[in-house]
Write a protein that binds this ligand. Sequence first.
Ligand SMILES: Cc1cc2nc3c(=O)[nH]c(=O)nc-3n(C[C@H](O)[C@H](O)[C@H](O)COP(=O)(O)OP(=O)(O)OC[C@H]3O[C@@H](n4cnc5c(N)ncnc54)[C@H](O)[C@@H]3O)c2cc1C
Length: 389
Amino acid sequence: MNQDTQSSQSAIVIIGSGLAGFTVIREIRKLDKAIPITLVTREPGYFYSKPMLSTAFANKKEVEQLISTPLEGMATQLDITIMAQTEVNSIDSEKQIVSTSKGDLPFAKLVMAVGADQIQLPIQGNAATEVLTVNDLEDYAKFRQAIAGKKKIVILGAGLIGCEFANDLVLGSYEVDVIDLAPQALGRLLPTEAAQALQSKLGEAGVRWHFGTTVQSIERDDDGLQVTLANGVTISTHVVLSAVGLRPRLDLAKAAGLTTNLGIAVNRQLETSAKNIYAIGDCAEVEGLILPYVMPIMQAARALAPTLLGQTTALSYPAMPVMVKTPALATVVSPPAKGAVGEWKVTSKDEGLEARFESADGKLLGFALLGSATAQRGALTKELPAILQ
Ligand SMILES: Cc1cc2nc3c(=O)[nH]c(=O)nc-3n(C[C@H](O)[C@H](O)[C@H](O)COP(=O)(O)OP(=O)(O)OC[C@H]3O[C@@H](n4cnc5c(N)ncnc54)[C@H](O)[C@@H]3O)c2cc1C
């Protein structure tokens, strides 16, 4: 066996240059400076912080300024080979080969960090295909181009991403209408009183809400886009941004015969149903949990790196509150686990609101903190049970 074949066969291959892919590599390099690593990605191979996409106006950033390190910098810093703008077409789990648009790659260990796609709502009308979504920097560049010189934007979805974009776009002097089928913003994360406080502050900042309804059709005419809602209201706008949720990318895993549920199913070692193939980040489902946030990725990468290097390590998740980046009203949430039994207890004081989700015996199972109450974040997080022990 020649040197080249030997090194490629002992190599780690990572698919995906999002936070999950790069964080795993950073963690591996803390433990092993020499093991060959190849990163394959359909993106340009730079590093950018995805959470900054929904705060670019507040931070006065243009698209290019969101790239923190270009491809060359990442390749040198991490001492890796980056195959950018390269599509992974299939994975042969038996032969341990990844087939890409630029050729085949053998692997000793493979990490799927392939992320998720934005869900598309079924919408009628001649402009239904003009609905934009943002889940990476290239999407965001297209979105910024579409809104340049325009005034009005409709956002579908009042979840975390929808609320953050709504706040950011009003800060960028856009008129924003937000539509959601739920009766309130952040329906899965906030009790009603907390949602009302957030809606009210965002409303004062200029956001117009349309709850309990959905989009039926979008037609383009001489004035722009006409968005007709199920409740009969028509909104005249220039751009429609959809932020109704994510769906893990499963195609590659399914075609390779790996077990999938809502995400690519992995065990506590982040290993899929195929030996030597692992999954992490927005695409992965760990013991039934899909947590598409930064902190779970950091935790998972710290466990996965030693496992890939031969020291099997189980993942655990502590409580990991998420900051909702709405400067109109600072918000931190740590939702109770699915199926948790208890009730919300809400207290408002000064400029803040504290919502505690407690069990019958008074144990804290989740919280939402708004405004000045966000100062309680550290203390309350210590009281919460771990998500995965
Ligand atoms: C606007 C926005 C704001 C956010 N804000 C926050 C926040 O404040 N706090 C927080 O905790 N979380 C936040 N999140 C969520 C967080 O950013 C994500 O959980 C995280 O970035 C996901 O990283 P990932 O690497 O798993 O996926 P991705 O970033 O989606 O990366 C997937 C990678 O896989 C590549 N890929 C996929 N398929 C293939 C293929 N077949 N061939 C080659 N390459 C492929 C893609 O090109 C991409 O490089 C936010 C998300 C968004 C969209």
